[in-house]
Design a protein around this ligand. Structure first.
Ligand code: IPE
Ligand code: IPE
Ligand code: MG
Length: 237
């Protein structure tokens, strides 16, 4: 039987393995992060070509602040430079960029770059590229609980009205559907505080390839793995 072509609407990727890629070559870790930007370009292209509507990339976790200052600074530098360098092409490709995570911890310079790329690409609608930056799923849930509690305390929300839809609506991801497919490169099989609520029924895929080696073919392979999966959502089929 010919397999029906099932394209995920939303693909989320935990881009892991940059450090190991660099270390294997005797290079500093930031070299791996720079090379990782090329994989981002390829993933965006492949997502567009396949008709994926949302591509979420886990680029910096809240826990990543605990890395050596040189690495964190290099990552911030790469982020700002990439925003400036990539925005024209992203716009030309019809890509809208949104950020999820707590932006208040970033320097003013980084915050300005983020606000700029979001405003600059806001009108595009082929693909929404979601960057998870200073993102932590547990912090996101705490923030959501606090927001709903504040509304309730102000008398604007009856606690009995709190349901899954309201919680989802209080998360950073209120504008996008849940991920259908979550990919984590480098062979690590964990979520590391990424989209814990949203991942409830996501298909998970853990290829061995390190993020800097993630090609368009690897992206296509992930979609093929997804298409062969049997999603049941708790039902009998
Ligand atoms: C992922 O690569 C990028 C970030 C976390 C920013 P790593 O830097 O975690 O690479 P490994 O896991 O050490 O190889
Ligand atoms: C997860 O990777 C975060 C990002 C890819 C941005 P880490 O490399 O930080 O995760 P752990 O420490 O291996 O769980
Ligand atoms: Mg890692």
């Amino acid at each position: 039987m010919i397999q029906e072509r099932k394209i995920p609407r939303h693909v989320a990727i935990i881009m892991d393995g940059n450090g190991r890629w660099a270390e294997q070559r005797g290079e500093e870790r930031y070299v791996g992060h720079m090379q990782g930007v090329e994989s981002v370009r390829r993933a965006v292209k492949a997502a567009l070509r396949n008709g994926v509507e949302y591509l979420t990339l886990y680029a910096f976790s809240t826990e990543n602040w605990g890395r050596p200052a040189e690495e964190v600074n290099a990552l911030m530098e790469i982020l700002c430079k990439s925003i400036v360098a990539e925005t024209p092409e992203l716009k030309a490709q019809g890509v809208r960029v949104r950020m999820i995570g707590d932006r208040s911890r970033f320097s003013e310079r980084v915050r300005k770059h983020l606000a700029w790329i979001e405003a600059e690409t806001g009108g595009q609608e082929k693909l929404t590229l979601v960057l998870a930056l200073n993102y932590s799923s547990r912090s996101e849930l705490v923030r959501a609980a606090r927001r709903l509690a504040e509304e309730a305390a102000a008398g604007a929300l009856d606690p009995a009205q709190i349901d899954e839809r309201r919680i989802a609506g209080a998360l950073y991801t209120d504008f996008c559907p849940d991920p259908d497919l979550i990919v984590r490169t480098s062979g690590e099989c964990r979520l590391s505080n990424f989209l814990l609520w949203q991942a409830s029924y996501a298909e998970l895929y853990f290829p061995e390839v390190l993020w800097p080696d993630f090609t368009e073919e690897e992206f296509d392979k992930a979609l093929a793995v997804y298409a062969a999966r049997d999603r049941r959502f708790g039902l009998v089929k």
